[in-house]
Design a protein around this ligand. Sequence first.
Ligand SMILES: [Zn+2]
Length: 267
Amino acid sequence: MKNIPVLPRGLRLRRRRELRYKEPIRQRKKGSVRVAKSMERLLELQECDLEIARIRREMDDIPKRKAQMESALDAQKARVAEADRTLLEAQGRIRRAEGEIAEAHAQERKYREQQLQIKSNDEYRALETQIAALKTRVSALEDDELAAMDEVEALKAKAAEQKAELARQAERVDAEVKDYLSRAEGLGAELASLETDRAARAAEVDPGWLARYDRIASKGGPAVAIVEHGTCGRCHMKLSPAQAVQARRRDELVFCDFCGHILYAPA
Ligand SMILES: [Zn+2]
């Protein structure tokens, strides 16, 4: 939850309350809702739509965050597997060195037996040379074995540390996923209530206005642009004086000549 960039909860609730109670919706019987050609109503509808869009974005974000955490967990699993593999490799080196040492000792015994049968000094010396070479080889193998043994100790510690880290991460991910799920549930409820609110607000807006508003809003982003210092708040182009005056009247839909958005000029 802490990674999702959202408005602080208090502020969000306040915005919701403002939306809902600034101008209470008359709960009349169906068909008797007063339809207004009022820019204020349209602007409130837009606020509601922006809030809905924000919640939808937040809801869409949840599976992405979840996937990110799960892929971080997979990366840690891969580190554990790698540590285990390196450890097995080092243990294999010890076994191989031990096998070769045993073979060298057996060979040496064979040479010694051969020496007992030999009559010529030259042959005897030749075997002595072979035996000396074997001893050198065994000594090198023993060094390798000792080095591998030291390595195994370090690798065991490393593998254990990676596994402990994996357990910690798995626990964290588990808790966060639970958090996300309950958050998604909360957002779902919030969305449903906003959508009800939206329907009630939409019923208060002139249907012709609503259709044009919806068409512009369907292209993404707010449909109503606030006029500030005579420029369109959406495309920031300077409006003609006539258009600015028209927008200030707020009793008809005025569209920006440049971007086509509905213009609203605050009093
Ligand atoms: Zn514009």
